[in-house]
Design a protein around this ligand. Structure first.
Ligand code: SAM
Length: 237
């Protein structure tokens, strides 16, 4: 699938009728959902979330999902990225989220907090070896305070990267959601040391008004030792 899958000209314009009982924020959300061509296309094409198109667009551009790949999908609910990874030829997908996910054929699911101390051991055991691609679309609930939100999302990206450095097979890839704001610089510096190619990407499906963007790293150079913990050490964990 390519970018042209959602022609902007086909955007709907659905007016909201009565909305007395809704808050202004929920009216804005509903109106945005009803008028979002990606939401419509996701429903029509059977993707569980509009986010599926972000991975489709990233994969079209970077060829992340190789046939037979073992994929770890962090922050996977409701499962759009997991569906895309399975559909595009992954051998296995291990999905993790705080929230429940309805089963997806070809994927295994662990419900829990990725930040839990037990989680890394659980994931390592479940993977039973290396992964070829680590995806993190994890996003904490936003507080509305941009600096706080930025710090929290970058902390999740750093944790994902830390685990990726331990678990990826040589040649593997890593994708994580970050927000523009500066402190993702550390993540980029670490990525550049460990991967041959590192890019920032804002897929067309990512809303323009959102400061969300993705770091994409390809060609993992190989683990420097067991559980290097580079990003985690910086955070003092
Ligand atoms: N990629 C998903 C898809 O395609 O359907 C959408 C992911 S959604 C943007 C972000 C997810 O990150 C939420 O479901 C949230 O529960 C999850 N999340 C946030 N913090 C997490 C954590 N500490 N551990 C596990 N999941 C987390």
């Amino acid at each position: 699938m390519s970018r042209s899958v959602i022609p902007p000209s086909r955007a709907l314009s659905v007016p909201l009728k009565t909305a007395k009982s809704r808050s202004a924020a929920s009216q804005r959300w509903l109106s945005r959902q009803l008028n979002d061509p990606y939401v419509t296309a996701a429903r029509q094409q059977g993707w569980r979330s509009r986010a599926a198109f972000k991975l489709i667009e990233l994969d079209d551009r970077f060829h992340l999902i190789r046939p037979g790949a073992r994929v770890l999908d962090l922050g996977a609910a409701p499962g759009g990225w997991t569906q895309v990874a399975v559909k595009r030829g992954a051998l296995s997908v291990l999905a993790v989220d705080l929230l429940p996910i309805d089963p997806i054929a070809g994927a295994t699911y662990i419900q829990g907090d990725f930040a839990d101390p037990d989680m890394l051991a659980r994931l390592t055991a479940e993977l039973g070896g290396h992964a070829d691609l680590v995806l993190s679309d994890m996003a904490p609930n936003t507080t509305g305070h941009a600096a706080t939100d930025h710090i929290r999302i970058v902390a999740l990206a750093e944790m994902a990267l830390d685990f990726a450095l331990r678990i990826l097979a040589p040649g593997g890839g890593f994708v994580a959601k970050v927000f523009q704001g500066g402190s993702e610089r550390t993540v980029l510096d670490i990525l550049k040391r460990h991967f041959s190619v590192v890019r920032h990407a804002k897929p067309p499906a990512s809303r323009k008004q959102s400061s969300e963007l993705y770091v994409v790293a390809l060609g993992f150079k190989g683990s420097s030792g067991p559980l290097s913990g580079e990003a985690g050490r910086r955070r003092g964990i």
